[in-house]
Design a protein around this ligand. Structure first.
Ligand code: SF4
Length: 304
């Protein structure tokens, strides 16, 4: 494998040759975030993918993210450098299961977390991310709402809307769900001065013990405006290097050593370069599935 500076050069050269935009999720490894044109969470990345002017988008993330980009920008070539980077949370829901739930709850609006397949997005009324989930629910007139596939995010949403009835899917993110309340207790005792920030994909009893709950972008924004000097971060470890770099005067600890998403770590610099060179792995969504899934994503993007 060529040395890192050579790979950087190769990526820069081929990015220009391909007229490509490199997008990276905040949970990617540090060196991949460094070569990206834009780093963000699911909402910011889907907004970037929708407005991109380049011919090619290299999506350093997991499959559903590249698939969402393909749904939003069908005229562009969407490349996923690590084809085996899936999302176990997205795998909790199939299109047939969503159809069954809709039949069971005919008056309910169906909201799919963006961490879902194109087939599932095509069956629901609207998508959401953890950044805009509360705004998405506010935009709906329905009293009854199905939230899928993340039961923990669903629980967090439901706690903000006591006047509505929610049907929560039995799915979870294996990374965030791993945090136990006891770990929060231990870390609180060890760092009583610290602010504990967690992602809503964490278990409800963990969320209840935190000082702040928000999406990855909201956690980063909270650190920026908080008067605290020490933070316990309850989301994937990929955000830590950026936090330390942007806030050298503040101290950060990871809430749990298990906060690693193995799928997010499958993308390497080498794979990004190979992807630009070989134009693989191309992610496409056939019609009419794409248009049906796009409707749910467009409704979400209108909410913002
Ligand atoms: Fe999926 Fe969780 Fe990994 Fe995000 S962190 S890609 S939700 S498994």
């Amino acid at each position: 494998m060529p040395e890192v500076s050579k790979i950087h050069e190769n990526i820069a050269e081929w990015k220009i040759k391909r007229n490509a935009l490199i997008l990276a999720h905040s949970y990617q490894v540090e060196e991949v975030q460094e070569i990206a044109d834009f780093v963000g969470d699911s909402l910011a990345l889907s907004q970037k993918a929708a407005s991109a002017t380049q011919d090619v988008i290299v999506f350093c993330g997991v499959h559903f993210m590249a698939e969402s980009a393909a749904i939003l920008s069908p005229d562009k070539t969407i490349l996923l450098p690590a084809l085996d980077a899936g999302c176990p949370l997205a795998d909790f829901a199939t299109a047939q299961q969503v159809r069954d739930w809709r039949e069971k709850y005919p008056n309910a609006a169906a909201v799919a977390y963006i961490n879902s397949s194109a087939e599932v997005k095509a069956e629901v009324d609207i998508c959401c991310t953890s950044s805009n989930a509360l705004r998405v629910i506010e935009s709906l007139a329905n009293k009854e709402i199905i939230i899928l596939p993340d039961g923990n995010l669903g629980h967090y949403i439901a706690s903000h809307f006591p006047d509505r009835q929610f049907h929560l899917w039995p799915g979870h993110c294996i990374t965030h769900h791993r945090i136990e309340p006891n770990e929060v207790k231990v870390v609180r005792e060890r760092h009583p001065e610290a602010e504990i920030l967690v992602h809503p994909e964490c278990r409800p009893d963990v969320v209840a013990m935190a000082d702040f709950v928000g999406s990855t972008a909201q956690i980063l924004a909270r650190v920026k405006c908080s008067p605290s000097q020490t933070f316990i971060i309850g989301t994937e470890m990929g955000v830590i290097p950026g936090l330390r770099k942007n806030h050298p005067d503040k101290t950060f600890y990871l809430l749990s050593s298990g906060l690693v998403c193995p799928n997010m770590k499958r993308t390497t610099l080498d794979k990004v370069f190979t992807s630009l060179l070989s134009m693989e792995h191309r992610i496409t969504v056939p019609e009419p599935l794409r248009s049906r899934a796009r409707h749910s994503l467009d409704r979400m993007l209108q909410v913002g």
